[in-house]
Design a protein around this ligand. Structure first.
Ligand code: SAH
Length: 257
């Protein structure tokens, strides 16, 4: 392709080349694996025996890696939640040295904050809602507030919603967590985002989040049931949006996103 590096806003900067996309559930990952025609790793980058899975390939000028923490070795369900997401992000960054991390997946939305089923969000800020340490400064450490990499051009171009995300290790929500989520001013909640942001932060890799709403947390329907009913349709929407985001990223430099 033409010397696109010359189009970067900052001199000496190069177009994004390697991206790592962290996805907690197989059903969220597979539509994208198919879209980008990725192949599962035969010779794993990860320690022998871990359930983590990498799908990889070239899409246009991008080296794309979709990383899924795999199935729990004992129970056989997707390894959702902060611990496996953090570990797999850490191992992936060390092995692949990506220019950008994308965490995508489903989330619960708050209708009081304008969220609707199927909405796709770019996350501006993340925090935890289940780490309560009532000691000065440790309280803020627990909340773990972090900003994601700002992508103003991407947001305008793809007409995406932008709001805050709150993370905790439960699909459901206790009254005290509800209060924390309100304090975090979040429109959506998930089980991985803020943990992945922590790893991206300590390893100094820019991170963005693309999250689609499968269930309305303050809507009166049981979360697990609503989540499962909407999972397939919302995952299809997410596939389209993530593909558009990747198309937008292709050939661009970080600071032009
Ligand atoms: N019963 C599900 C469990 C998935 S856990 C299954 O089929 O295996 C929910 C996953 O979706 C997590 O990865 C989380 O990040 C996201 N998620 C969707 N809605 C959520 C909500 N209301 N609260 C927290 N996480 C949610």
């Amino acid at each position: 392709m033409a010397d696109i590096a010359e189009e970067c806003a900052v001199t000496d900067s190069k177009p994004i080349s390697t991206i790592v996309i962290i996805i907690a559930m197989r059903s969220e990952a597979l539509p994208l694996v198919n879209t980008f025609k990725l192949l599962e790793d035969t010779d794993s980058l990860f320690p022998v025996g871990v359930p983590w899975v990498r799908y990889h390939g070239m899409y246009k000028d991008l080296k794309i890696n979709i990383i899924w923490p795999g199935k729990d070795r004992t129970l056989g369900v997707d390894s959702v939640g902060t611990i496996s997401a953090s570990l797999v992000t850490y191992a992936s960054v060390l092995a692949l040295k990506p220019d950008l991390i994308i965490n995508t997946g489903t989330a619960g939305g708050f209708k009081a904050k304008g969220a609707d089923i199927g909405d796709v969000y770019i996350v501006s800020e993340v925090a935890f809602h289940d780490r309560r340490i009532p000691i000065p400064i440790f309280d803020q450490y627990g909340i773990g507030f972090r900003k994601s990499f700002a992508t103003p051009n991407l947001v305008t171009n793809l007409n995406l919603k932008v709001d805050k995300l709150s993370t905790g290790d439960s699909l459901e929500m206790s009254p005290v967590e509800k209060e924390s989520i309100e304090n975090n001013d979040a429109a959506i909640k998930d089980m991985e985002g803020a943990a992945i942001a922590y790893v991206a932060d300590i390893l100094s890799v820019p991170i963005i989040f693309i999250k689609a709403v499968t269930d309305i947390v303050d809507g009166g329907k049981p979360t697990a049931e609503e989540f499962l009913n909407n999972l397939a349709a919302v995952t299809a929407t997410l596939q389209q949006k993530v593909t558009q985001v990747v198309e937008f990223i292709n050939g661009r430099c970080l600071e032009d996103l």
